[in-house]
Design a protein around this ligand. Structure first.
Ligand code: FE2
Length: 170
């Protein structure tokens, strides 16, 4: 049975994963509007991943005698970006915030003797490390290929490969 304190912390994390899913959906809309189909696919996939994270935590709480809850208000998300580089710098920030939240939660569990939840969180900890590394690599690709209008066709095409690679590592 989960303690009230750990339930509160996990429900806060649900909120953050749901916010991240929403933020990625807004980026998918932006990319569709910019006629970048493969980049928008990347954002749709990322939104789905965040929703999956939210669901894992949601189910974990309910399966262990707690009450999972997603609040109505998720917070405002950014809907427009100057260019692809700015969009992915925003992704990096978003992922980094989630990393810090997960790390704080894991540290809290360790300090408070919440061993089962600490172990439950380990895949999340490692996944955030991968997420930050992948986004860092994508930012390098964007900087090298260029993100001016004349480069966008090839940059977007590059995301076809990136999407396939990401699908292969899941
Ligand atoms: Fe996540």
């Amino acid at each position: 049975m989960l303690s009230k304190a750990v339930q509160t912390k996990l429900n806060e994390q649900i909120q953050k994963e749901a916010y991240a899913a929403n933020a990625y959906l807004a980026m998918a809309t932006w990319a569709e509007g910019e006629s970048l189909p493969n980049i928008s696919e990347y954002f749709y996939n990322s939104a789905q991943e965040e929703r999956d994270h939210m669901m894992q935590i949601f189910r974990y709480i309910n399966a262990n005698g707690g009450k999972a809850k997603l609040k109505d208000a998720l917070g405002k998300v950014q809907e427009s970006f100057k260019n692809a580089l700015e969009a992915f710098k925003h992704v990096y920030e978003l992922e980094h915030n989630v990393t810090m939240a997960i790390n704080e939660l894991a540290s809290w569990c360790q300090k408070n003797g919440e061993h089962a939840t600490y172990f439950f969180l380990q895949p999340f900890v490692l996944e955030q490390q991968d997420a930050e590394r992948n986004v860092g690599e994508i930012i390098t690709i964007i900087e090298r290929m260029g993100y001016e209008p004349r480069n966008l066709f090839y940059l977007d095409k590059q995301f076809k490969k990136i999407n396939q690679q990401e699908a292969g590592t899941e």
